[in-house]
Design a protein around this ligand. Structure first.
Ligand code: AMP
Length: 119
């Protein structure tokens, strides 16, 4: 598993070094609008602690962090009104998964049909 890069852009957002368009925050996560939205709702949810990927998170996060993270996904979906219409939550992982930012994040995509699962 890759080592965590403290200089990745989401680490800088968490440290307050660069701004984000925040939509939700609690003790476990920060969530903000994606800078290049692919759907009317496109939110990134990131854990506050340093995990490279969902792989790292699943292997090393505490059960409180894991449950806090997924509880936040549900809260955000409800707050954004996509819990009824549906949405897609995805975590690109590593090179083959197309992950660009090496701090674990889930995309919440909704507000319109998202399309086929993989293209
Ligand atoms: P991934 O390919 O899963 O690593 O996704 C990274 C996502 O981060 C992309 O959808 C980018 O548009 C988004 N992104 C990159 N920089 C920022 C930023 N400063 N604020 C918000 N979203 C960003």
């Amino acid at each position: 598993m890759a080592e965590y890069d403290e200089n990745n852009i989401f680490a800088k957002i968490l440290r307050g070094e660069i701004p984000c368009d925040k939509v939700y925050e609690d003790e476990y996560v920060l969530a903000f609008n994606d800078i290049s939205p692919l759907k009317p709702v496109h939110i990134l949810v990131i854990p506050k602690e340093a995990y490279v990927s969902i792989d790292d998170f699943g292997a090393n996060a505490s059960s409180e962090e894991v449950s806090g993270f997924f509880a936040a996904i549900s809260k955000i979906a409800a707050e954004k009104g996509v819990d009824g219409s549906g949405f897609r939550a995805i975590a690109n992982t590593g090179d083959d998964g197309g992950q660009e930012v090496p701090h674990f994040h889930m995309h919440i995509l909704g507000g319109a049909r998202v399309g086929k699962m993989v293209s």
